[in-house]
Design a protein around this ligand. Structure first.
Ligand code: FMN
Length: 395
């Protein structure tokens, strides 16, 4: 009989060895409908699975007998040093995982010298995160039908010191996350099974819902009708908020005029769109399929990276996300031409598993793994990585 590995069954952060372990703890700490909001992808989840498959199908070719004892993983990002090649991806409704979840992740990132990106659909006001978190702050922008919301976010983010604006372009037609939707009767209204799930998680119920009140879209609250401010049932609510907002490349010029600092376009996947972003004076792009939450059957960013990097790598800062769970994933992306990598769920699993300490642990794990893999492939710095270190295992 084949020997089977035992799955991780611990509950304590200190027992977790990797992001998958944190995910296990997270799954036990929050009700299923909350976990499914974080975890889920669109429709048949081909994109979601494909992100992992594409990363796993790459293999590293190490250089041996290189003295890497003085190696480091620092990078320059928009003219400033980052202590790791990571950026926290914007994620809506972090307050459903942990009270003040945005602040917890922002603080964890600041402590490790990693930029944090706050979602337009955060559950804390951008000003509060800025005044309490410290560190490098980026602001994500959704442009909705009511343009005043985007103008307001840009003005407030500039005033509060956010250094980079990340304009997300791939959520106007919202992905259908079906197993998340099945948990609700209507936006903001969990069904009976979800209510029972909440009761089975008294710590979560007390900390997240009762003690601090139901998480709300604090950033844009002033623009929402009273019945639509709650962030419960996130996918359903955001579908309504973003539905068919008429945005196009022309809006990039409008945003460029309104935003004086670094501008990054998130949701680019084709070479043509990457070139367009460069032509419109953007500073960077995030090659992303939104972690498999929007278009199903979408190409994995890692598969587009070499072609995009070859075309615009010298004109734009290229950031990649979607599916990153290990240091090896980060190293593969950097070797294939990304300048930095965004992480979404990896940090959220940490947050759900243990608040700020959990988010710190998730980021610490990734940094440790990056450091180890960098040494194992025989590189002393990120600058020494290159496509010669990667090949497809599918060939
Ligand atoms: C729970 C959750 C909420 C998200 N909310 C946003 C958002 O508000 N704005 C945005 O641009 N992307 C959002 N994303 C996408 C992430 O920024 C990022 O592209 C994605 O998580 C990367 O994939 P990964 O989770 O596999 O790392 C969200 C992702 C998750 C998992």
């Amino acid at each position: 009989m084949a020997w089977k590995r035992r799955p991780f069954s611990g509950r304590r952060l200190s027992r977790a060895l990797n992001i998958a372990d944190l995910r296990e703890i997270a799954q036990r700490r929050v009700p299923a409908f909350v976990f499914e909001y974080v975890e889920g992808g669109a429709e048949d989840e081909l994109t979601l699975r494909g992100n992992r498959e594409a990363l796993e199908a790459l293999r590293l070719i190490p250089n041996t007998l290189v003295d890497t004892s003085a190696r480091h993983q620092r990078i320059q990002l928009f003219g400033r040093e980052c202590s790791a090649p990571l950026i926290i991806a914007p994620t809506a409704i972090n307050g459903m995982l942990e009270p003040d979840g945005d602040l917890a992740v922002a603080r964890a990132a600041a402590g490790l010298g990693i930029p944090f990106t706050l979602s337009t659909l955060s559950t804390m006001r951008l000003e509060d995160v800025a005044s309490k978190a410290g560190g490098r702050l980026w602001m994500q922008l959704y442009v909705m039908k009511n343009r005043r919301i985007a103008e307001d976010i840009m003005q407030r983010a500039a005033a509060a010191g956010y250094e980079t604006l990340v304009f997300t372009t791939d959520a106007t037609i919202f992905g259908s996350r079906e197993w998340d939707q099945r948990n609700y009767r209507a936006p903001g209204r969990p069904n009976l099974v979800s209510l029972l799930e909440a009761l089975r998680h008294p710590r979560w119920l007390f900390e997240v819902l009762l003690r601090n009140g139901v998480p709300r879209f604090r950033n844009i609250e002033a623009f929402l009708p009273p019945g639509k401010r709650d962030a419960i049932g996130g996918s359903l609510v955001t579908t309504e908020l973003l539905r068919n907002a008429p945005i196009s490349w022309e809006d990039v010029a409008w945003i460029r005029k309104n935003w004086p600092r670094k501008l990054v376009i998130k949701g680019v996947l084709s070479v043509a769109d990457a070139e367009r972003a460069a032509d419109l004076d953007c500073d960077g792009i995030v090659l992303s399929n939104h972690g498999g939450r929007q278009l199903d059957s979408c190409v994995a960013p890692i598969d587009m990276l070499p072609a995009v990097a070859a075309k615009v790598g010298k004109r734009l800062t290229i950031i990649m996300d979607s599916g990153v769970r290990r240091g090896t994933d980060v190293i593969k992306a950097l070797a294939l031409g990304a300048h930095a990598v965004m992480v979404g769920r990896a940090t959220l699993y940490g947050l759900a598993a243990g608040g700020e300490a959990g988010a710190r642990r998730a980021l610490g794990m990734l940094c440790e793994e990056i450091d180890r893999v960098l040494g194992q492939v025989g590189c002393r710095s990120i600058a020494e990585l290159g496509p010669h270190l990667v090949r497809s295992a599918r060939r």
